[in-house]
Design a protein around this ligand. Structure first.
Ligand SMILES: [Zn+2]
Ligand SMILES: [Zn+2]
Length: 265
């Protein structure tokens, strides 16, 4: 089996995704209760007991809430930078199995190579990831790379560089500017936070990012972290589908609260 990837759940109520290879099972973020994560993993034929590690982007609850329920699973390594680990550890009753990396570092975990890079978001030291498996020229396990880009207010040049060359891209499409503007639930200050330089990506910003980083390698794009009130799959499609069709690239728009089918990288 090469690498299999699926989003377990996405949006402001929680984010988590599963990467599986023959040797390794890794979660990217764990923003649901441990019990809920276990249920989600069961639908993928997995369980928390079989998860080897979690790659943690930042400390916000919709990404890290599951950590508090992992006392029963001390074997799960939690990869995070120092600032994120400290912010999460403060709220835990047990000591998580932290594996601290320097933001910007690339490290190996079993058969995966993980690249880390800073993203602009209102957290301690938020990061995006690239996860690679296999080797160029290897017929049975050709090199494949997934880039994970959620929770960022904008995409600076170094983020473009890290996402370029990915085979699969997970990108945040958090809000439609018109729906955010029209939203009556959120006070002005919250709207400013969301669309600020350290908030979240709009559908248009996601499209511009795709246009900037797409190469002929790019095969599949997941649009994730959609706002329930200020976005819709139709709005994402209206903003981004023509660009992806022009690129000849498949895509999945993950509705808020839901997960995705599995794909092979
Ligand atoms: Zn966040
Ligand atoms: Zn988030």
């Amino acid at each position: 089996m090469p690498v299999r990837f699926r989003i377990l759940g996405s949006g402001s109520a929680g984010n988590a995704a599963l990467l599986q290879t023959d040797d390794t099972r890794v979660l990217v973020d764990a923003g649901f209760s441990a019990r809920r994560l276990d249920e989600m993993l069961a639908t993928a034929g997995e369980s928390l007991a079989r998860i080897d590690a979690i790659l943690l982007t930042h400390e916000h609850g919709d990404h890290a809430a599951g950590l508090s329920g992992l006392a029963k699973h001390p074997h799960i390594r939690v990869f995070a930078n120092q600032a994120t680990a400290q912010a999460v550890q403060r709220s835990l009753k047990h000591r998580a199995n932290w594996q601290v990396f320097e933001t910007g570092a690339t490290f190996r975990f079993r058969d995966l190579e993980v690249g880390t890079f800073a993203v602009p978001h209102d957290a301690q030291d938020p990061v995006g990831f690239t996860v690679s498996h296999g080797h160029d020229g290897d017929l049975f396990a050709p090199r494949r790379t997934l880039a994970w880009l959620t929770d960022l207010g904008h995409a600076p040049a170094h983020v473009h560089e890290r996402a370029r060359g990915a085979d699969v891209l997970v990108v945040e499409a958090n809000y439609c500017p018109r729906l955010l503007e029209a939203d009556t639930k959120r006070p002005w200050s919250v709207k400013q936070r969301i669309n600020g330089r350290h908030g979240h990506l709009s559908n248009d910003a996601a499209r511009d990012l795709l246009t900037a980083v797409a190469t002929p390698r790019l095969r599949h794009v997941f649009f994730a972290h959609l706002s329930r009130d200020c976005n819709s799959p139709d709005s994402v499609a209206a903003a981004c589908a023509p660009t992806l069709q022009a690129l000849g690239c498949a895509y999945t728009i993950v509705p808020p609260g839901e997960g995705s089918a599995a794909i092979e990288l």
